[in-house]
Design a protein around this ligand. Sequence first.
Ligand code: NAD
Length: 283
Amino acid sequence: MNQIMDGKKISNEIKNEIKQEVSELKEKGIEPTLAVVLVGEDPASKIYVSNKKKACEYVGIRSLSYLLPKETTEEELLSLVQTLNNREDIHGILVQLPLPSHIQEEKVIMSIDPKKDVDGFHPINVGALSIGKKAFLPCTPAGIIELLKRSDISIEGKHCVVIGRSNIVGKPISMLLLRENGTVTVCHSKTVNLKELCQQGDIIVAAIGKANFITADMIKPGAVLIDVGINRLENGKLCGDIDFNDCKDKVSAITPVPGGVGPMTIAMLLYNCVLGARQQGEE
Ligand code: NAD
């Protein structure tokens, strides 16, 4: 019996829990607030930012938008981040990536106060995650763990094969699976025996960015497949890195695209905002 993991439904459950927490914080006089910074007109980024703002509105988090022209200089952006760092009424700062090529992303990420780094990209949070300390967890990997837990899929002792080693998904999800006592293999573009390694995976996380890359012959019967990829096909439809139709009858559980990992990412962003507000409120 195979299970289609419903990220939309599970993320709605989480959002409703967060809504409750936001109203409790408001009763204590704390209004969780997220500052969202977007530089330029990238259409995909504009959609992501608008979805994030809508989700904030749904749970009662105040969101402030800073929509800057693509000519914004690195200095101007760093100065805005500094202002947001210093504002006590702002608990989370999100600078939507990618940034225009004349701005160094790393410099901007480093400039965000780690206590307001709700994306979990600052080296302080990355380091804390890797040594098992309390940290803001990056939203997509945290969403994957939550999706597995709430789908009653245990990670402990499982062979988890992660495909992709980006700082945003591949590396942090590998660390989190390890933290959950999985045995983790990380594959990437230079891995030579990818198919054999995938065939050993009890849980496979695909974060590659290549449409329908993982096919049924690459997985073992009963595997759990998590598809992080978001790829737009020529016909305009979205698809993942896993060939869903090819794999779905061979798996024990699989995430769809859209409606799998994507909604979980936004839910975890909201979770991080509330965590930031709670922690800063306690200081
Ligand atoms: P990335 O381009 O930074 O990394 C891709 C990784 O795939 C690299 O580490 C590379 O080594 C690996 N790779 C490339 N070709 C390979 C091959 N032939 N064999 C094995 N490994 C290979 O991408 P990313 O930022 O990690 O994102 C990956 C995908 O996930 C993209 O489609 C992106 O849009 C999507 N994404 C989705 C969410 C979400 O919320 N659902 C969030 C972030 C990223």
